[in-house]
Ligand binder design. Structure first.
Ligand code: SF4
Length: 712
């Protein structure tokens, strides 16, 4: 049975009805604003539901869910009087998301049982006083991918001017490995392709990703590719039924009859894709299928990579990857026939130990066949939140790129106080746990719940004197991620802003959102809140100028190469159709990788991957049911049937899953996942995970840690 289709259509209609009717939803979705959800990028000045190729209508359940949530009514003061903090802490993500919009600032102190309304003046005064009294090194600034470029740029600027580089965005817990890996291959940490390239490719690899749930409109692109004779190869330890067959709602034939999506579905071990990619190189080398012209003229270091492939035995490749030589040969054969291949990947790659090297291994595979610097071919990390890439471009990172730092200093005639690198997200949390963080500013997001070892993150946040959030709606982090004091500033959604804001898609396209009418009195623009705090004594900058978003954009344009102030645009120099790279030699860089063996497991152990469900976006759970994987509850462990029988447990029985940091009692479900591996829902399963991070990306191991399964 195919997925999506009429179920999705019905769901959208129901959501629209619940959000004030079809007409209201249509109007909201068509407004000239960027989609609030994933970074595939829809909407903007061509109107909502238009993609970067100008195609209409392009929308999905996810975009409707996010819009419907923002169209909810206001949470009343009585709500906060009625429910205590501990009662609200016990509510699920879904319950909190459905409570409504926050419309007045909220405060909770150490002795408070409830969040209490507080005036804007008082809330801003509390934050400014804390910022001015805190040694900057004892503070950190965190940003999610929901905010605008303008707000992100101001956040990092005010933090640096105040004197700290402890600035990070949510990418440390998602795609940081992509940025680090890509920068070492092409000289730029972002995609090398545009959306148009996908319509010219004849082969797409989907490695460790599930666009069915997370980037739904990509399915139509894949459907079109297959209809013109192209192929799709999926590499994922877990079968995603929607990547096998899908009813694409915007295509009548597909809606009624379903469409095959993948030509090959390969299930490596968690983390086994690294060895699989090396195996592909080995096969290409053994079959004289390397593009020798490309590797000699446009790449450095390929001979070392070739040697690594030659010297690595097939036994090692099979053992590490969990995939047979025969299957790797079949993938490689298809790849050899391709004239234009795009490699897509997501957190199945970046959440695993050695994720940066896996991204480099993907780069090696692309270099081997000359799949960089030409139309229809290249590298495409599938980013999550709609503006997470923009946050990186805006310098919301511990270390500013040299040219941006120099430009800021020149334009503002200031000296940025700390030239050294600041703390990544986990480092900041560890410092908080040691009692070294006194203030934290969270621009969106749900930091506490996004962390591995949620027990640790809750404890760490509680040791911070003051935590301030800027949010549109409630989430679990507002309760389990409280400091000694906590303030929540209610902010406008991007389609409610009174001025234009900008966002950047995963294709490096900067989209302009026109904003619109606020749905409620009370919430303010994030830029307004940041300026109100900064102008009360952070540095000597004339902050009030930046209330005008166009002035912020002018400053950004002076500091970021390729950013333009007037029109929607592709950021220059990142996507390219000629083999000219932004590396020091101008060539692509091939890398010998440190081949990681998947974690060893004993008789009652499995490697765990945390996964998101179809009705979920990051930590926000819209529906408890995971329609695509046919799961009706979230407290489950998905196991291979052979493991279930070897462990002597029964399907639907309850087991205790013990990870490095905690345990969870969950129900066993049989699922087509590679033997020796299991899957559980994020963020609930975070409680099991350690706080260890990858050496290069500083990303925790949301996938690949070992858990023990114990019968109850
Ligand atoms: S695929 Fe992503 S960008 Fe496109 S409509 Fe859906 S959520 Fe929005």
């Amino acid at each position: 049975m195919a997925l999506g289709g009429f179920h999705s259509v019905l769901y959208v209609l129901q959501k629209a009805r619940g959000a004030g009717g079809l007409r209201a939803m249509w109007k909201a979705m068509r407004s000239p604003n960027a989609c609030k959800t994933c970074a595939l990028g829809m909407g903007g000045q061509q109107g909502g539901m238009v993609n970067e190729s100008g195609k209409f209508p392009e929308f999905c359940k996810k975009s409707v869910q996010a819009m419907a949530a923002d169209m909810q009514g206001a949470i009343t003061k009585e709500f906060f009087e009625k429910y205590t903090l501990s009662q609200l802490s016990a509510m699920s993500s879904r319950e909190l998301e459905a409570v409504g919009r926050i419309t007045f600032p909220l405060f909770a102190g150490p002795l408070d049982m409830h969040y209490k309304p507080i005036s804007w003046k008082e809330a801003i005064a509390k934050v400014t006083e804390k910022v001015s009294k805190t040694d900057p090194s004892n503070s950190f600034y965190y940003c999610s991918g929901r905010s605008s470029n303008e707000a992100g740029f101001l956040l990092q600027l005010m933090a640096r001017v105040r004197g700290t580089n402890n600035i990070n965005n949510c990418s440390f817990y998602c795609h940081q490995a992509s940025g680090v890996g890509l920068a070492s291959v092409t000289g730029s940490g972002t995609a090398t392709v545009t959306l148009e390239d996908l319509s010219k490719s004849d082969l797409v690899f989907l490695i460790g990703c599930n666009p069915t749930s997370n980037h739904p409109r990509l399915l139509k692109t894949l459907l079109d590719l297959r209809r013109r004779g192209g192929k799709v190869i999926v590499i994922n330890p877990l079968v995603e039924p929607g990547l096998q067959k899908f009813n694409v709602p915007s295509d009548v034939r597909s809606l009624f009859f379903g469409s095959k999506i993948s030509d090959m579905y390969v299930q490596p071990n968690i983390g086994g894709d690294q060895a699989l990619l090396l195996g592909m190189l080995k096969w290409l080398e053994e079959h004289s299928a390397i593009d020798e012209t490309f590797v000699s003229q446009y790449a450095d270091g390929f001979d070392d990579v070739r040697n690594q492939a030659n010297e690595t035995n097939w036994d090692v490749i099979e053992q590490h990857s969990g995939v047979s030589q025969k299957v790797i040969a079949e993938i490689s054969r298809i790849y050899r026939e391709s004239n234009a291949a795009v490699f897509c990947w997501a957190m199945g790659v970046t959440h695993v130990k050695g994720g940066v090297d896996t991204v480099r291994a993907i780069g090696n595979a692309a270099i081997a066949r000359g799949m960089l610097g030409k139309e229809g071919a290249g590298l495409l990390p599938l980013r999550g939140h709609s503006n997470v890439q923009g946050m990186g471009s805006m310098g919301v990172a511990p270390m500013l790129k040299g040219p941006m730092a120099e430009a800021i200093e020149k334009e503002l005639e200031i000296t940025l106080p700390l030239p050294t690198e600041g703390g990544d997200t986990m480092w900041c949390m560890q410092e908080a746990d040691k009692g070294n963080m006194k203030y934290a500013m969270c621009l969106g997001g749900n930091l506490a719940m996004a962390n591995p070892n949620t027990t640790f993150s809750q404890k760490a946040m509680s040791k911070i004197d003051l935590v301030s959030y800027m949010s549109t709606k409630l989430n679990q982090g507002h309760f389990v991620g409280r400091g000694a004091e906590t303030i929540i500033f209610p902010v406008l959604a991007r389609d409610e802003e009174s001025q234009i804001t900008t966002q950047e898609s995963m294709f490096n396209f900067v989209r302009r959102s026109s904003g619109g009418t606020p749905r409620h009195n009370g919430p303010r623009s994030e830029v307004e809140v940041l300026v109100s705090i900064a102008e009360k004594g952070i540095g000597t900058i004339e902050w009030s100028r930046y209330r005008d978003h166009s002035v912020v954009r002018e400053l950004i344009a002076k500091c970021l190469r390729g950013f333009k102030t007037k029109k929607e645009h592709q950021i220059e120099g990142r996507t390219f159709h000629e083999p000219k790279f932004s590396t020091t030699t101008g060539k692509a860089q091939a890398h010998v990788i440190a081949l990681h063996a998947p974690a060893e497991i004993s008789s009652n152990q499995l490697r765990l991957m945390t996964i998101r469900s179809e009705g979920q976006f990051n930590t926000v759970v819209y529906e408890e049911e995971d329609v695509f994987r046919k799961q009706t509850r979230r407290d489950v462990v998905l196991m291979n049937e052979q493991d279930i029988s070897a462990f002597g447990v029964q399907v639907d029985s309850f087991v205790t899953v013990a990870g490095p940091s905690g345990t969870l009692v969950v129900q066993v479900k049989a699922y087509p996942i590679a033997k020796g591996n299991c899957a559980m829902y994020y963020p609930e399963a975070n409680i099991l995970l350690s706080t260890k991070v990858d050496d290069e990306s500083k990303t925790p191991f949301f996938k690949g840690e070992v858990v023990a399964i114990k019968k109850n």
